[in-house]
Design a protein around this ligand. Sequence first.
Ligand SMILES: *[C@@H]1O[C@H](CO)[C@@H](O)[C@H](O)[C@H]1NC(C)=O
Ligand SMILES: [Zn+2]
Length: 688
Amino acid sequence: MIIIFFLCIGKCMEASLNSLLYEKTLMGDVQTFWKGFVLLCKIKVSLSPLCSQGLFGVPELSGPAGFQMAQHQALREAEFLVHKACTHPPGAVTVETFDQLSDSLCRVADLADFIKVAHPDAAFREAAERTCVEIGTLVEILNTNVDLCQSLKNLLGNEAVLATLDSDTRRVAELFMFDFEISGIHLDESKRSKAVALNVKLLDLYHEFLSGSQLPNAIDKQVLPEHIRHCFSIDGNRVQIGGLHADSPNELVREAAYKIFLYPNTSLLLCLDELLAGRHELATLVGYESFAHRALKGTMAKTPGKINRATSRDFKMMKEMKKKTHTTNPEVMPWDHAYLSSAIRTEMFNIDPSIYSPYFSLGACMEGLNRLFMQLVGVYFQAEQPKMGELWSEDVRKLAVVHETEGLLGYIYCDFFRRPDKPHQDCHFTIRGGRLREDGVYQLPVVVLMLSLPPPSGRTPSLLTPSMVENLFHEMGHAMHSMLGRTLYQHVTGTRCSTDFAEVPSILMEYFASDYRVLSQFARHYQTGEPLPENLVSRLCESKRVCSAADTQLQIFYAALDQVYHGKPQYRSTTDILREVQEKFYGLPYVHDTAWQLRFSHLVGYGAKYYSYLMSRAVASMVWRQCFLQDPFSRVMGEHYHREMLAHGGGKEPVLMVQGMLQKTPTIEDFVDALVLDLNANVKSPVL
Ligand SMILES: *[C@@H]1O[C@H](CO)[C@@H](O)[C@H](O)[C@H]1NC(C)=O
Ligand SMILES: [Zn+2]
């Protein structure tokens, strides 16, 4: 079973506005409410030291050693469930038992997966890391357990019994079977052990590639012109370059960073070659043509004409802008893309984040989300008092998500504020999946949203820049996907859906976050209470379209590169392939002696599925236009969306969900058109 699951997410904190507070909410009140809430939590926590619980209320996890206990407990349960699955006659019980088995392992592994990155205490992180590895190994073993697989085969091969199963149960059975198949279970003994060995080797290669892709490159400081050395970190005689410095106004800095940071590292090139070769070998061993077997035949890259035209327009604008920068090289180079588009944005629209952030206190934004979900699907947030030991850091907030008639839906832990040692990455983590338990009670989903917001300081609340607001809405989209999913099985809970659908609910939320009707519901100056002026919002929205075709083109290039790398082996260097794909799908020249692919860490996690992001964006764009553009608060559409998409998690084929939602089957042209519409929508002269 697929256990390790993560999404880019971030998260928020705030509180449920019970009805009273909700009614009279003004910016001021929300802020007070939030502050009061912070205080309340601290006091209560310090007052109840006796009933200490573990992390997330798991009793064993009150100390790092608890991971061992939780893990052993899970292993014992797993043993029992494996036996049950193998001995019980085939039926719905088989699938239920598989799901229980997956649940008992996921519950520990997913939690550990989060703790290993986010806990401030290294001892917890290390214990969690060990648990992840051990459960991961066990999952590999289970995926090649012939008896276990046979019990599923007996079910899937028995027409009479199959006919008695509902469609969700059948689909989950097939998904479990798929996990067995990609592990090579159907192979003979020698091939199977080869598949296991390959999987183990690949895990090592993933680790090596991921860590290598993050390492800085160093160079003798003499090589760099003296006047730009101070822009980098100097270590004795060496300059360390750990990023692209893509926003630097100094072209020389950008160029130097690009060439040095992307300078090919021979051992990492080798690692990538081995990784891709290993994936191909594994795929062919278990019977597929290539690792990218599931790649869409008609991805966006196939019909790039319309996007190309918009991109040429963007590159022309960048070139004009570059002329104004007194450069010696008039060509737009890859290191100019980000800087020039932001320079154009700044020239056309004054969108300094500090103009916006006073209107976007975290309290206001949470209030806005609360209202929006109330209007769309009748769901609100309620601040929950955490138990002693339940949280990993005291700035984390726990929200109960409540449906107005159905009651409690699940919990969101909001780990929103920057902390030293906390990864600077917005992320959604499933901690526990939803499922219907054997006793008929629904196991409520639990998730964490991790963001990197500025903590409140003194009398100033946490103030969000427009891009933080967008991220908050995005991550909340993931969280609500988790909360509103009501799948029978946790194997397909909420965001555990196919990769090309996973970002639909989150990207859809970005459309809400860019709509004035939505923003004006909650954005108020935190000191004066003044509403956010409409022209600020239209400026912001229009600025987002500046050079967005070029950005989309870049994503198409990445997606195409990922596909080619995972297609049939080409017996030439990954750099040669990069150069060719870049020239075909991007438009800015390849730079000699660079190897951007060694920084493309998503190759590991997405492997042949990087196109999913564009796919999700296209679907979200269609859903927004067809269902919410006219009225972003429509309860009818909100309920339709809840019923047709969110409720199913991964329990239904994405294409069926899209059909249900849009009442038609989109073609590849429709997908491309949806992306193009976003690029072109009324680019008019700037308001200055
Ligand atoms: C190349 O990368 C490896 C790790 O992947 C690192 O140990 C080594 O120092 C790097 N070599 C150079 C020359 O940077
Ligand atoms: Zn996301």
